[in-house]
Design a protein around this ligand. Structure first.
Ligand SMILES: NC(=O)c1ccc[n+]([C@@H]2O[C@H](COP(=O)([O-])OP(=O)(O)OC[C@H]3O[C@@H](n4cnc5c(N)ncnc54)[C@H](OP(=O)(O)O)[C@@H]3O)[C@@H](O)[C@H]2O)c1
Length: 256
């Protein structure tokens, strides 16, 4: 199936590791050029070395307004066009005490929501030149509560889905589609490094498919949404959770 991405330019924020890196690799495999950003220079350098000559990258903290606009401009200056912008940056930030400090709220908001709004606004001036696509990486947590020490993660991912819809309405006339994916539990290198192997297995077994996702399994739907095969899709969010919503129903028995 031709995804119509050959020679297109796709930006993946936070594309140096995890789901973003897997998405960058799949865009390249489809013949696109790719731009990635992250905060750490060494990790960026390593990613660019693996992505090869069709990739461009720059350090950029996606929570910093000026840096976001500068990154979008740098990508455009480098490639001369911009067709796809994936807002992939996000993080579950656990609060340290019983209740959030103001600083923790601001930080969680900035990385999960502000980064998406700023990224979308920075991209639009370039995407509208020939039409394009924004794909926002939300989370299954947008649909179901994730209580615990990261209480705000889900509500902010819900806001990302809400913004996907409102922004889609604002930019449709400019020829830009705006979509979102809602990943479930995905084993990225960071997850692997921070969660005990037995907890990884336990967590993975909670969905219908009885295993966590690999980053490539989230990257596939991201690339699809960005492709010409999704040309009639805008203001929509795809859940990629191995059927986790179904097993959240306490009345559902899924055995094994
Ligand atoms: N993994 C899961 O189970 C899961 C499930 C549902 C949704 N998601 C969502 O999927 C997205 C990717 O998650 P992931 O698990 O692949 O993350 P990850 O493995 O932690 O990778 C995050 C990437 O984003 C970069 N990054 C983080 N903060 C940044 C910032 N402020 N500015 C620029 N770059 C930044 C990181 O590089 P630096 O650290 O060098 O900046 C890295 O390249 C997130 O939005 C996450 O909420 C993940």
């Amino acid at each position: 199936m031709d995804l119509g991405l050959r020679d297109k330019v796709a930006v993946v924020t936070g594309g140096t590791e995890g789901i973003g890196f897997a998405a960058a690799r799949q865009f390249l495999a489809e013949g696109a050029y790719v731009a990635v950003c992250g905060r750490r220079q060494a990790v960026l350098d390593q990613a660019l070395a693996q992505l090869g000559p069709r990739a461009f990258g720059q350090t950029c903290d996606m929570t910093q307004e000026d840096a976001v606009y500068a990154f979008a401009k740098a990508v455009y200056d480098h490639f001369g066009r911009l067709d796809v912008w994936v807002n992939n940056v996000g993080a579950t930030i656990a609060r340290h005490d019983d209740w959030y400090t103001g600083e923790e709220i601001d930080r969680t908001y900035a990385v999960n929501f502000k980064s998406v709004v700023m990224g979308s606004q920075a991209a639009i001036a370039y995407l509208e030149k020939q039409g394009g696509v924004i794909v926002n990486v939300a989370s299954l947590a947008a649909r179901c509560a994730t209580s615990g020490r990261a209480t705000l993660y889900g509500p902010l991912k819900s806001a990302v889905v809400g913004f996907t819809n409102t922004f889609a309405g604002e930019v449709a006339a400019k020829g830009v589609r705006v979509t979102a994916v809602l990943p479930g539990f995905t084993v990225t290198p960071l997850v692997k490094a921070t969660i005990r192997p037995e907890d990884l297995v336990k967590q993975g077994q909670t969905c219908l498919l009885h295993r966590p996702a690999a980053p490539e399994e989230i990257a596939g739907p991201i690339v699809f949404l960005a492709s010409s095969q999704a040309s009639y899709m805008t203001s929509t969010a795809i859940e990629v959770s191995g059927g986790r919503s179904v097993t959240l129903n306490p009345g559902y028995s899924y055995g094994k």
